[in-house]
Design a protein around this ligand. Structure first.
Ligand SMILES: [Zn+2]
Length: 344
């Protein structure tokens, strides 16, 4: 079975030949950049270089997808007026200046293709789609509206705004959601079938459930509905420590992706199985970074045992592999998944 069919059958809740492996963003970037001699900084500026780096990750690690978006979480925000800078050639950009609260009414929706940087991963996706011709799924990638807003005006201002200036927050979230819908249009036009949505703000450590549903989820749902209308499958990612995954599942995503360190697999299986696909995130913060092959093998085996051979399971890291994750641990994750996750 080719990766595209394997990945899509799991998302569509039918049984592939084995459990697919999900690669997120530009995980374990150090080895990818080393193998190409290319610079992350240049990838942000040039779709050809972006695509060569992303494809190198596939060649190097051999998971079942490539990703048209990296883990900077800022590319949409800078298209809406926040400014960033590149202090390092081989790491993600950093915030230079947020949009001040006094200018919040000037924030408006944009077409990603009109932005110098946001257009880059979309053009790179088109290059990758042509290269792989359906063999490997090229996954679109966007941050949820609340996360984009937090990078435009700053997280503290956003959370305070939910309490003191809800209409201003609604204004920003509406604008950003409109831009997200335009993004969905663009990626479906070039033939992408799936979109990964980073919604790591959906956690009790950041806000209470009511605030989440009133602001964050409200706009996430509008964006997700619009993606679904265009025929895109949605993967909602949430690596927060106290994730509101049940609330997220109510908006009907194709898949949910969580860090197993923070959830109980029994609860996940009883709630999601046969309704929503699940990307089980093997803990990347400690286990994949510092653990042994035996530790990784145990985690993969336990996860698969809990899902009990049913359709809809994908294995990946809990979030983007840290920059220097040992290559042998990435290989161990892949080999253990193949060893234990092959269906007869
Ligand atoms: Zn994450």
């Amino acid at each position: 079975m080719i990766s595209a069919d394997r990945f899509h059958s799991a998302l569509d809740l039918s049984l592939p030949d084995r459990v697919p492996l999900f690669y997120q963003h530009l995980g374990a970037a150090k080895w990818v950049l080393q193998s190409t001699g290319l610079r992350m900084h240049d990838g942000f500026h040039d779709p050809e270089i972006f695509s060569r780096i992303s494809m190198a990750a596939y060649d190097l690690y051999g998971f079942d997808n490539v990703m048209a978006g990296w883990g900077d979480i800022m590319v949409e925000a800078q298209a809406h007026g926040m400014t960033w800078r590149f202090p390092e050639r081989d790491f993600y950009p950093r915030v230079d200046e947020y949009v001040p609260m006094s200018d919040i009414d000037k924030i408006h929706a944009v077409d990603p293709m009109d932005d110098r940087f946001w257009s880059v991963p979309i053009e790179a996706a088109e290059i990758m789609t042509k290269r792989y011709r359906g063999e490997v799924p090229v996954i679109g990638c966007i941050n949820a509206p609340m996360l984009i807003a937090s990078e435009i005006i700053g997280l503290e201002h956003l959370l305070m705004g939910c309490l003191t200036e809800p209409s201003a927050v609604d204004h920003v979230l509406s604008a950003v959601t409109e831009s997200s819908e335009a993004y969905g249009e663009r990626i479906s036009d070039i033939g992408l079938e799936d979109v990964f949505i980073e919604n790591g703000t959906a956690g009790n450590e950041l806000m209470d459930l009511d605030t989440y549903e009133r602001f964050d989820r409200k706009y996430l749902r509008i964006g997700a509905d619009s993606f679904h209308q265009k025929g895109l499958r949605t993967i909602i990612h949430n690596c927060s420590a106290e994730p509101f995954w049940k609330s997220q599942s109510e908006i009907g995503p194709t898949a949910i992706h969580l860090n197993l360190r923070f959830v109980r697999m029994e609860e996940i299986t009883s709630d999601l199985k046969s309704n929503v696909a699940f990307i089980a995130g093997i803990d990347h913060t400690d286990l994949l970074l510092n653990g042994t092959r035996e530790d990784i093998d145990k985690s993969v085996r336990e996860t698969m045992a809990a899902w009990d051979g049913d359709p809809g399971l994908i294995i990946g890291p809990g979030c983007e592999f840290p920059y220097k994750t040992p290559r042998e641990n990435i290989l161990a994750l892949k080999e253990c998944t193949i060893e234990h996750g092959t269906y007869l």
